[in-house]
Ligand binder design. Structure first.
Ligand code: ARG
Length: 251
């Protein structure tokens, strides 16, 4: 946590020195550079060489609406906002929940979905915040799950993993008592494991958004307009239905 705080502070300082591409520059180039993790199904996932998932398809639909081609970059989750502030790409779509610490380092779009962090454990394992007392929990490093699980009174060992899927694997292998992650991811995990695990309580809610470099208001405005349009013309609803069987927009 301390390390994450330092990183984001350093990031806020870095942001002052470099120039992000403006909307006019992006438009002129004809290509928008987008970064994601590619290891967070069903939102962003790299299957072989194919990048797919709800956020990948949504970002591509937004770019299309803006008349732009897409150049994707994948980065470990922990590096995504740092790379953004080093101008390696124009925006990030990787399920970042809006929180005050991140909002100091980057600017967020209007949220592209609403969700929460939920517990998953084996039957008989901890299913509520109270039951996490003294229990070990697996979470992905650098996430809001880590931040929120640490706040659970009396929680046992909180173990971090480089990817969310590695944190899930730790639960399945019995190396921890519970996993905390996205509630929709949790639903998929329970389904995939066919009853070997169960979903417990929601620990917190969050609004998830795309991130641009701080001050890149031209690009942010275009992204927000494209998202509003996609949410108005059925594009968003169709994608959401495909991945979740429901509409995950914030209401
Ligand atoms: N929503 C959580 C957060 O804001 C998890 C995001 C994880 N994203 C990813 N691509 N692994 O921290």
């Amino acid at each position: 946590m301390k390390r994450a705080l330092l990183t984001l502070t350093a990031l806020a300082l870095l942001a002052a020195n470099a120039e992000a591409r403006t909307w006019a520059e992006i438009k002129k180039s004809g290509t928008v550079k987008i970064a994601t993790e590619g290891a967070f199904p069903p939102f962003n996932v790299l299957k072989g060489k194919q990048l797919t998932g709800f956020e990948v398809e949504l970002a591509e639909a937004l770019a299309k609406q803006l008349g732009l081609k897409v150049q994707w970059t994948t980065q470990p989750f922990d590096n995504l906002l740092i790379g953004l502030n080093q101008d390696r790409y124009d925006f990030v779509i990787a399920s970042h929940g809006i929180n005050p610490e991140r909002a100091k380092a980057v600017d967020f779009s209007t949220p592209h979905y609403c969700t929460g962090g939920a517990i998953v454990a084996k039957p008989g394992g901890p299913m509520t915040a109270a039951a996490l007392k003294g229990k070990s929990v697996a979470v992905q490093v650098g996430t809001t799950y880590l931040e929120n699980v640490r706040k659970v009174p009396g929680v046992g060992d909180v173990k971090t993993y480089p990817t969310d899927t590695a944190a899930q694997a730790a639960l399945m292998a019995g190396r921890v008592d519970a996993w905390v992650g996205d509630k929709f991811t949790g639903i998929d995990l329970v389904k995939a494991q066919g009853g070997k695990v169960k979903q417990g309580d929601l620990l917190f809610n969050e609004r998830v958004a795309m991130a641009v470099k701080k001050g890149n208001s031209g690009l942010l405005k275009e992204l927000n307009a494209a998202l509003a349009k996609a949410q108005g013309n059925g594009t968003y609803a169709k994608l959401s239905q495909k991945y979740f069987g429901q509409d995950v927009r914030c209401r």
